[in-house]
Design a protein around this ligand. Structure first.
Ligand SMILES: [Cu+2]
Length: 152
């Protein structure tokens, strides 16, 4: 970590030059190309009234980090951001308030890890069905995700 201050200074001066050069164009470019994309979205098949999960990968192509802060869907009475973890040999789930997505990185939501929890489904989710969930990020970006339903 001894070289960190030098790297930090280099990044700041690079950003400073870019921002001073033509800030308007820089902002327009950022808006024209959505930096956040979602891939590999799927939902676990489940009966009406049951609880299930949606898995996906969030890719952030931007030079700045963002944070997934809210999830909504009409398919369930409650939708939340969860993380599964092993504790003393058994799996536990905890609610996540937010999920950071670092700059130029991707965050996978997978079984046994972070996931979108759909509680009390309003209809059964059967194989080859599609579930729509909306992700909202701290930057203001919203992404409507269509997740295909798969058998567990
Ligand atoms: Cu969960």
């Amino acid at each position: 970590m001894k070289s960190w201050p030098k790297i930090f200074v280099a990044c700041v001066s690079t950003l400073g030059v870019a921002a001073c050069d033509r800030p308007a164009a820089w902002l327009t470019d950022a808006q024209a190309t959505p930096p956040l994309t979602v891939t590999e979205a799927w939902a676990r098949a489940a009966d009406s009234g049951a609880t299930t999960a949606v898995y996906l990968t969030v890719d952030n192509a931007a030079m700045v980090s963002d944070t997934l802060s809210a999830v909504t869907s009409d398919v369930a009475e409650d939708v939340g951001l969860h993380i599964s973890m092993a504790q003393n040999g058994t799996m536990h789930m905890a609610q996540l308030r937010a999920l950071p997505v670092p700059a130029q990185d991707s965050v996978p939501l997978r079984p046994m890890g972070a996931h979108l929890m759909l509680t009390r489904l309003r209809r059964p989710l059967v194989e080859d069905d599609t579930v729509v969930v909306t992700l909202t990020f701290v930057s203001g970006t919203t992404i409507e995700v269509r997740a295909g339903v798969r058998k567990p």
